[in-house]
Design a protein around this ligand. Structure first.
Ligand SMILES: Cc1cc2nc3c(=O)[nH]c(=O)nc-3n(C[C@H](O)[C@H](O)[C@H](O)COP(=O)(O)O)c2cc1C
Length: 460
């Protein structure tokens, strides 16, 4: 087929959110039209899910954090005053309600594996996969905060690369439970024969490893996807090794197209190194969009949003991501790069530029580490298409600057533009989240390491 006749790559889209008030765009909770302080009400979430489904979003990606951001000024004063991901409620408990009012929207759920035994977590995810009819994904995180480790009875968090070793083994246990414990036809559900499940088709899992010891049957019958769609966001060398083995979707924070292309290529190479196809991983980039009917109005909106933003809160958040207390620096004092035990991809950005506290405050004024597109619907659509074609990205995680206004603007103004150009779907595909994103069946593909844990008699 000639290039001109090839259908355009469809942009994947998640709404990026968190079960809290201040997520990425700090200070915007003070904006008169922002509703994020209603995060404690179930209607806030069900209405959001319905809105996103009207916009044909692939998913709602819900970040999460265990622990508090106490690196900046060595205390939680700014996080509490500005509500920087504190208070924060549990993301998984939102899903049942949202699944009940939607049919197609996926749910990318962040859960930290460090502090929860795999046996219990496996059941919680299978339950949600059943209740949502196969619409859940899991963003695999291991944490980066000493405050979390201390709250969970440890002196400090596990060392960076060691966290990934533990995560590798955690995934092994989960694959055994999700993929290997119940055969596909284990459930007979035959009231006349008085057999719900056939004992010879349900298998005890045995795992004797360095971090985990598990002997037991998975508590749930097979859910539509068995293993939820696996998301991951680490981009250190060790993080990429992990992504290559396990991730189906990777989430990055790009700054410019050249560096983003390098990052995307590395993710695809990591999949190939693990014996998978480079395109087996979909790569999403975090993004802020401010759009209005004209460019002039969009910039006016940008200025209005900025007047409510808190750059200091953004920098306090970045202190936690990097493990560096930026409050200790004078405004124009060069910030030293220090290797920390936090997010290496975040600390690495400090290496790349001559950062000062003043420059960080400018960068974090509105949208944290994510780039911000401001413009008319046509301009935003042009930029989105160019990010996809020039970097190899598959899609975006769209932040909620003023919620739900930013999502509404995007749905009303940008999505019709993308649809006219053929770069955004006009209807959902059928099936589970994995079927929708990858256009293959509901289960992990044969090239994925998780599929090797299937019971030999499981016939899919
Ligand atoms: C874009 C992005 C989003 C992330 N979201 C979360 C999150 O919601 N919760 C969390 O605990 N960690 C989050 N992380 C941290 C990662 O999961 C990972 O632990 C961290 O990036 C360390 O990996 P690295 O050093 O390999 O980059 C995020 C990281 C990135 C880059």
């Amino acid at each position: 087929m000639s290039q001109a006749l090839q259908p355009k790559k469809k942009i994947l889209l998640n709404a990026f959110n968190m079960n809290c008030i201040g997520h990425i765009n700090h200070g915007l909770w003070t904006h008169p039209r922002d509703t994020s302080s209603q995060y404690k009400s179930v209607e806030y979430w069900t209405e959001l899910a319905q809105l996103l489904e009207r916009g044909l979003f692939d998913g709602l990606f819900i970040a999460d954090i265990v622990g508090v951001y106490d690196v900046y000024q060595d205390c939680v004063d700014v996080p509490l005053k500005e509500s920087i991901q504190l208070p924060v409620n549990d993301p998984l408990l939102l899903v049942s309600a949202m699944a009940a009012v939607t049919r197609n929207l996926g749910f990318g759920l962040t859960a930290n594996l460090t502090y929860e035994p795999p046996y219990l977590f496996a059941r919680r995810m299978s339950t949600l996969d059943h209740l949502s009819r196969g619409r859940v994904g899991w963003n695999i995180v291991t944490g980066y905060l000493d405050s979390a480790a201390k709250a969970m009875g440890l002196h400090e968090q596990v060392e960076h690369d060691r966290r990934y070793d533990q995560a590798d083994e955690y995934l092994q246990v989960l694959y055994k439970l999700w993929e290997g414990s119940w055969e596909d036809d284990a459930v007979l559900n035959d009231p006349h024969a008085r057999v719900y499940a056939q004992p010879h088709k349900v298998h005890k899992v045995e795992h004797h490893g360095e971090f985990y010891q598990v002997q037991g049957y998975h508590l749930c019958e097979p859910s539509p996807q068995r293993t939820p769609v696996l998301f991951q966001a680490g981009s250190s060398e060790r993080g990429l090794l992990f992504a290559g083995r396990h991730a189906e979707c990777v989430f990055i924070s790009g700054q410019d197209k050249t560096a983003t292309k390098v990052q995307v290529d590395k993710v695809r190479a990591s999949a190939a190194a693990a014996g998978r196809n480079p395109d087996d991983i979909k790569v999403f980039m975090g993004l802020n969009v401010i759009v209005a009917t004209t460019e002039e109005l969009a910039w006016a909106k940008h200025a209005e949003y900025l007047s409510y933003a808190s750059a200091e809160a953004g920098v306090a958040h970045f202190s936690a991501s990097t493990g560096v207390d930026f409050s200790r620096y004078e405004m124009d004092e060069p910030i030293q790069y220090v290797k920390s035990n936090a997010i290496q991809s975040a600390t690495k950005t400090l290496q790349d530029h001559d950062w000062t506290r003043r420059k960080l405050l400018e960068q974090h004024a509105l949208g944290g580490r994510y780039i911000t597109l401001v413009g008319s619907p046509g301009q935003v659509a042009d930029e989105l298409e160019s990010w996809i074609s020039e970097t190899g990205l598959d899609g975006f995680n769209l932040t909620r600057i003023v919620t739900p206004e930013s999502y509404v603007d995007f749905i009303e103004l940008v999505i019709p533009q993308l649809q006219q150009r053929g770069s955004y779907k006009t209807a959902y595909d059928a099936g589970t989240l994995r079927e929708k994103i990858f256009a293959h069946d509901a289960h992990l593909p044969p090239r994925h390491t998780g599929s090797t844990y299937r019971h030999p008699l499981t016939g899919y």
